[in-house]
Design a protein around this ligand. Structure first.
Ligand code: MLT
Length: 263
């Protein structure tokens, strides 16, 4: 499906009925990562998964995106699909940065936050220079080089032995993201602000969910996020890496389902 949002044509999936839940993908990915949630949660929620501008089948916005502009796109997307009631916003990794930016700017629109495999802190100096190196890499060698660098870290170590189909699926998604979108994501993530205050002040139900075997963001970052907000729940999913929703869809969906029921 497609909708016009702030003049951009955005692609999305929309399935089920009930409390609307907006799923925001990470980097360098697209909405295909949410297929298990579209299939597994549509009986309890209206599951909306969009391709961020420039990703998947969505039109690119001119100029740098930044997390705030991606949050603006999510807000315009909700207008575009005609949703006026508050939605639960679920972001994975970079999608979590966007979810926190969304909450900062459009808080009353959020009925809850699910922050998956993400962190609230800004990039360190080392992290920022790593982003610049990745920008060079994508300019010189393209998305395949980025995918090649990231693929071994996206899933738990076990998945590379036991789930070759999943590994290939993730590789295909990453290789399909345009170099321009990859660069915009890298610059946007590099320059994003610290979100600990946003997290501390969040007054909506909050679920932090993380893979026990995440090789990109250690579980400690999830524990630190939980410590920052008195009401936050933390779920650590065993046998799951960074893309925990794809790797352990039943466990991930069960955690989301119970969060939605308890809100
Ligand atoms: C992601 O999965 O979205 C990224 O790994 C996040 C990041 O690099 O900070």
């Amino acid at each position: 499906m497609r909708v016009s949002a702030n003049g951009l044509s955005l692609a999305y999936d929309d399935r089920g009925a009930g409390i609307p839940v907006l799923f925001i993908h990470g980097y360098p990915l697209n909405r295909q990562i949410w297929q298990p949630q579209l299939a597994g949660l549509a009986d309890v929620a209206r599951v909306l998964a969009l391709d961020l501008p420039g990703h998947g089948e969505s039109q690119a916005a001119p100029g740098p995106y930044g997390m705030d502009r991606l949050a603006d796109a999510c807000n315009a997307f909700l207008d575009g699909v005609g949703l006026s009631e508050p939605v639960v916003v679920c972001g994975l990794s970079m999608g979590g940065y966007v979810a926190m930016a969304f909450y900062r700017q459009y808080g009353p629109r959020a009925a809850g936050l699910i922050l998956a495999a993400t962190r609230a802190g800004a990039d360190t100096e080392e992290g920022r220079s790593g982003r610049d190196k990745s920008v060079q890499l994508v300019r010189e060698k393209g998305p395949q080089a980025i995918a090649g660098q990231m693929l071994p870290k996206m899933l738990s170590p076990n998945a590379y032995r036991e789930k070759p189909g999943l590994v290939e699926q993730v590789r295909r998604i990453m290789e399909g993201i345009s170099p321009e979108a990859i660069e915009a994501d890298l610059v946007g993530m590099r320059d994003r602000p610290d979100s600990y205050q946003t997290l501390a002040e969040a007054s909506v139900p909050l679920l932090i969910i993380h893979g026990a075997d995440d090789q990109i963001m250690p579980v400690d970052v999830a524990k630190e996020m939980q410590a920052a907000n008195r009401g936050a729940a933390l779920e650590i999913i065993p046998e799951a890496g960074h893309l925990l929703n794809l790797e352990q869809p039943e466990r991930f969906n069960a955690a989301v389902r119970s969060f939605l029921e308890q809100r």
